[in-house]
Design a binder for this molecule. Structure first.
Ligand code: FES
Length: 153
């Protein structure tokens, strides 16, 4: 009596299938892990601006007006009070980091996310913000309004 042997699969073809399946599995694992790793270890964000930036030209802002400008890698708020005084503050809310804005009808700084309020000195006066806004120095140099960090801040 003869025994029948199972048909032989060609070893080369089997090897190619194994490589393709293994490569697909590896690619799937990497595609799941890469976003998680990028979230856990974010890339370094360069501080582009340093400690001084030209926020605008004189005459650009109307009385009781404001603008958001980039200060380093964060937004900042420059405003010209009704009395003609420039003020510059961080525009990042101290609650959950939304960008604040100047409410010229209230003469206050407002965060729309959770109705947080700051006065023109950056003090948190209403709503959930736990700390004041960082206040910057403002100098008028020629026709430029220059904003800089306070020394020791
Ligand atoms: S993020 Fe500004 S009040 Fe919540």
């Amino acid at each position: 009596m003869e025994t029948q042997e199972p048909p032989q699969v060609q070893p080369a073809r089997r090897r190619v299938v194994e490589i393709l399946l293994g490569g697909g599995l590896l690619a799937s694992i990497v595609s799941f892990l890469y976003p998680v790793l990028r979230y856990l270890v974010p890339p370094p964000v360069p501080d582009l601006g340093g400690d001084e930036v030209v926020a605008c030209k004189t005459g650009e802002l109307k009385s009781n007006g404001s603008k958001i400008f980039r200060f380093g890698n964060r937004p900042a708020l420059l405003l010209l009070t009704a009395e003609g005084e420039y003020r510059a503050l961080s525009a990042t809310c101290t609650h959950l980091s939304c960008t604040v804005q100047y409410r010229n009808d209230l003469h206050q700084i407002w965060c729309a996310c959770h109705n947080g309020m700051y006065d023109l000195n950056g003090r948190n006066i209403a709503g959930p913000p736990p700390r004041p806004l960082e206040v910057f120095q403002v100098h008028v140099r020629g026709d430029e309004v220059v904003v800089s960090r306070k020394r020791g801040a």
